[in-house]
Each structure stands twice: as structure tokens, then as C-alpha cells.
Design a protein around this ligand. Structure first.
Ligand SMILES: Cc1cc2nc3c(=O)[nH]c(=O)nc-3n(C[C@H](O)[C@H](O)[C@H](O)COP(=O)(O)O)c2cc1C
Length: 188
């Protein structure tokens, strides 16, 4: 592999796409795409969703104020919705130029998107500020997954079925399943 060194200005990372659902101060719902999303672990069986937002967007303000939100995985058929939510700022008016179905979380009082095949209901545990950005470490209080999935453990999620949008400056879709841990190197 031949590589070249370049200035460290690229934030290229293979990012999953989520639309974050929050409640505005007036009780109405708001949605915005966020792709700076990952997970980490804490004691016990719990995972923490790690999500980062820059600036002073409404979604960030809502998360700071309420401490709760939904993270709705974006499948490729939801691209028009993600593009719409991402191009309109809540401060410029309600995001109601497109039709979409909204429900309430099963555990938390958060708006969820009916079209999403995988929804996290999250509560902020702690946050870290770096410059203009805030990164939230969040307890996952509930997961709503597509009924077609029936994983035997946490490693058994068929992402091709969820058909997620992968973002890295451009929108991509996923390829095919390549195998499982151990399929490519057998331990002695
Ligand atoms: C594909 C995509 C990914 C985005 N990812 C992030 C992100 O990771 N963090 C962030 O702070 N903003 C991100 N944004 C920007 C917000 O979604 C955008 O500013 C949005 O209009 C904010 O809406 P709001 O005013 O309702 O909060 C992204 C936008 C798009 C289109």
C-alpha cells in the first residue's frame, strides 16, 4: 500500500447516520441528523451511546435541557428525510414541510420516527466539552429493533437488513456480510 502524508484537516471516519429526536421547550418535537455517533461500555452489561454535537443547534440545546433523546438509525429509504432535517434549522421554523410518522418512546418521553428500523432511547450520563463541541455519554434505556431481527447475541445483527446510511461527507450504503469473528483467522 502506497500512502501520502497530508495536513490533518480530514475528519474522515466511517460514520453511522442517526436522526436525533428531542422535545422543544414548547413541547413540540424536533429532529436532526447527527453522524458523530459511537458506543462505549460501562460496568455491567450496559453500553453507552457516545454522540457529539457542535455549535448551538436546537437539538444540542434540547439534549442539554431535557437530558433525553431518541437516536433513530437512518436506512437508505429515509435519505430524503435526513437530508430535509439536516438542511433546515429548528430556529427557522417547524420541520413540517415533509410527512413523517412520529411516536413516543416506549420507556422515555422522546419523539421517535416510525420509519426507522432501530431506535435507541437515551439518557445523558455525562458530557465533555471540546471547543465548540459537546460529546454526550448516554445510557441506553431502551432499544426498539425491527421485528424481522432476532439476534442470538450482541454480535448477531444483520446490518444488511437494516440497510443503514453510512456518512463521510457523502452518503454511502453498506456492502455485503463478509463473515464473523474467527472466520478469517483460526486460533491455534
Ligand atoms: C448528514 C449530516 C450529518 C450531520 N452530523 C452532525 C453531527 O454529527 N453533529 C452536529 O453537531 N451536527 C451535524 N449535522 C448538522 C445538523 O443536523 C444540522 O445543523 C441541523 O439543521 C440541526 O437541526 P436543529 O436546528 O433542529 O438542531 C449533520 C447534518 C447532516 C446533513
Amino acid at each position: 500500500m502506497k500512502r501520502k502524508s497530508v495536513a490533518p484537516i480530514y475528519s474522515m471516519c466511517v460514520q453511522p447516520s442517526f436522526i436525533i429526536g428531542t422535545k422543544n421547550e414548547d413541547g413540540t418535537d424536533n429532529f436532526a441528523p447527527i453522524t458523530w455517533v459511537s458506543v462505549t461500555h460501562e460496568e455491567g452489561d450496559g453500553y453507552l451511546l457516545v454522540i457529539s454535537m457542535f455549535g448551538s443547534k436546537r437539538t444540542k440545546q434540547n439534549v442539554i435541557r431535557t437530558g433525553i433523546f431518541s437516536a433513530n438509525l437512518v436506512s437508505t429509504d429515509m435519505l430524503p428525510l435526513m437530508d430535509y432535517f439536516g438542511s433546515k434549522h429548528a430556529k427557522d421554523g417547524k420541520k413540517n414541510d415533509m410527512e413523517y410518522g412520529v411516536s413516543r418512546g416506549a420507556v422515555l418521553d422522546v419523539p421517535t420516527l416510525d420509519e426507522s428500523p432501530w431506535v435507541y432511547e437515551c439518557e445523558v450520563a455525562r458530557s465533555v466539552k471540546t471547543g465548540d463541541s459537546t460529546t454526550f455519554f448516554c445510557h441506553i434505556k431502551n432499544i426498539q429493533m425491527d421485528e424481522r431481527l432476532s439476534p442470538k447475541d450482541t454480535f448477531d445483527i444483520d446490518l444488511t437488513l437494516l440497510d443503514p446510511v453510512i456518512y463521510s461527507g457523502k452518503y454511502h450504503s453498506l456492502g455485503k456480510i463478509l463473515g464473523e469473528i474467527g472466520d478469517f483467522h483460526k486460533a491455534d
